[in-house]
Design a binder for this molecule. Structure first.
Ligand code: NAD
Length: 458
């Protein structure tokens, strides 16, 4: 793997610090100009982006557009429309005892940002964080995943063609490059990846007290209750699980089905899979591959316990694993110990919803949470559990709404982004009180001569 030499990393970092100090990135018109440049470049390179995602992940152009490119384009458009309003200094009210002072919040760019992305949605996750950094008025160093090398190279070319390296630069590499990057005193670090590496990032950031946004993973549960619409649930679960062959941070990781409908539901999910990918998904142009051999072997290991309900076949040379449902799963099975990140759906069942709730609550807080059933019951289940986000009677959709904050909680992440939250992630909300000098009320001064009186109003 090609790592970026240390001297290049240090030079880039110093150049970006110096560029940020010129204050050029702070002007809103400058930021809008950069967002428009990025937008234009993405539109121009759309076919190349789709080709790169096909080569790296066997992702179809349709899936590449819907799950990556369109999400990024919508995000840019939303920032272009709203940035002026977001970046404007906002007056707040001032309590009586502080009058005649006035108060305001200034949205100030944090500085130089480090953006680290994973390989599964390599374009969307790198670009969406960059949009936030541009919008927030920061300089950025981007570090894509070496496991999706073709799109990483294309993104580098797009960045070089549009931005000065002292403003935005993409550095290639893996762990070694990250290790050197993480030793620098960035003003903000935005990391998307596993909880394991998230801890490494947070430890490194703690050395400099650098703020972090951590977009991590975990095991996202999907509950199907006895009164759910099973046809719709089956279709939406099959879709959400198999987009990108299950290599989606918010994919339903495992299924909790009410015992009375479980068999019917599993039969329907298998039918839906066949409708979407045909009898042999290996031949479907819509079915992506597992990212590499290591990941493939890890997934093979998960097929050894439980009863294979459907699927269960694989071809390591082609990095293919068939969509697989595993029934009769026990909590102690390997497949229930870590995030699956592949096209395998283990199934647990329950008689009473509290069994599912207790299981979810005794494990790490998930990134997403899906409930299929009646809205009234959904309310109670949401009230008794926790997750970064989720859907009722659907899967994945919450990620596509830029009006919603996206992110995890606890083990699945720290901080939120998308839309306005992306702007806020890269800005310091600087709180300022301005006090007039034409009057200087004596109340606050020592020796507190008006203490008895002032105590009543503060
Ligand atoms: P990863 O944590 O292995 O890698 C993420 C990034 O960290 C990559 O750029 C990689 O080069 C770098 N890295 C790897 N090991 C490192 C180390 N020891 N020190 C420093 N840097 C290191 O994750 P991945 O395999 O690329 O992606 C899969 C994970 O990402 C899953 O857990 C998934 O749930 C999560 N994810 C989360 C989101 C989200 O939005 N919350 C989105 C996509 C993926």
């Amino acid at each position: 793997m090609l790592e970026t030499p240390e001297n290049v990393i240090l030079e880039t970092f110093e150049a970006q610090k110096a560029y940020f100090a010129t204050h050029k990135t702070k002007s809103v018109s400058f930021r809008l100009e950069q967002l428009k440049k990025l937008q234009k470049s993405i539109k121009k390179n759309q076919t190349k982006i789709e080709e790169a995602l096909w080569k790296d992940l066997h992702k179809s152009p349709e899936e590449a557009y819907l799950a990556e490119i369109s999400i990024v384009l919508n995000e840019i458009e939303y920032h272009i429309l709203n940035l002026k309003h977001w970046a404007k200094t906002k007056r707040t009210s001032t309590p009586l005892h502080l009058r005649p002072s006035s108060s305001k919040v200034i949205y100030e760019p944090l500085g130089v940002a480090l953006l680290i992305a994973p390989w599964n949605y390599p374009f969307q996750l790198m670009m969406n964080t960059l949009i936030g950094a541009i919008s927030g008025g920061c300089c950025s160093i981007l570090k894509p995943s070496p496991d999706a090398p073709i799109i990483a190279k294309l993104m580098e070319e797009m960045i070089v063609a549009n931005f000065e390296p002292e403003y935005i630069r993409l550095l290639q590499g893996g762990k070694d490059t990250n290790t050197v990057l993480l030793q620098q005193k960035f003003d903000v670090i935005f990391f998307t990846g596993s909880s394991r590496v998230g801890k490494i990032v947070m430890k490194a950031a703690a050395e400099h007290l650098t703020p972090v946004i951590l977009e991590l993973g975990g095991k996202s549960p999907c509950i199907v209750d006895k009164n759910a619409n099973l046809d719709v649930a089956a279709r939406r679960i099959a879709w959400g699980k198999l987009i990108n062959s299950g290599q989606t941070c918010i994919a339903p990781d495992y299924l909790f089905a009410h015992a009375s409908i479980k068999d019917k539901l599993l039969a329907k999910i298998s039918e839906e899979i066949e409708k979407m990918y045909g009898k042999n998904p290996q031949e479907s142009k819509y079915y992506p591959r597992i990212v590499n051999e290591r990941a493939h072997q890890r997934l093979q290991g998960m097929l050894r316990q439980g009863t294979i309900h459907s699927g269960g076949t694989f071809d390591e040379a082609d990095l293919y694993i068939s969509p697989t449902i595993i029934d009769d799963v026990k909590e102690e099975f390997d497949v229930m110990q870590e995030e699956i990140f592949g096209p395998i759906l283990p199934v647990l069942s329950y008689e009473n919803i509290n069994e599912a709730i207790d299981y979810i609550n005794k494990n790490e807080k998930p990134l997403a949470f899906y409930y299929f059933g009646k809205n009234s019951q959904a309310k109670e289940v949401l009230y008794k559990t926790s997750s970064g986000g989720g859907c009722v009677n659907d899967t994945l959709l919450h990620i596509a709404n830029h009006h919603l904050p996206f992110g995890g909680v606890g083990n699945s992440g720290l901080g939120k982004y998308h839309g306005h939250n992306s702007f806020l992630a890269f800005t310091n909300q600087r709180a300022i009180v301005s006090t007039p000098t034409w009057i200087d009320l004596p109340f606050k001064y020592v020796p507190f001569r008006f203490y008895k009186w002032i105590k009543r109003i503060v």
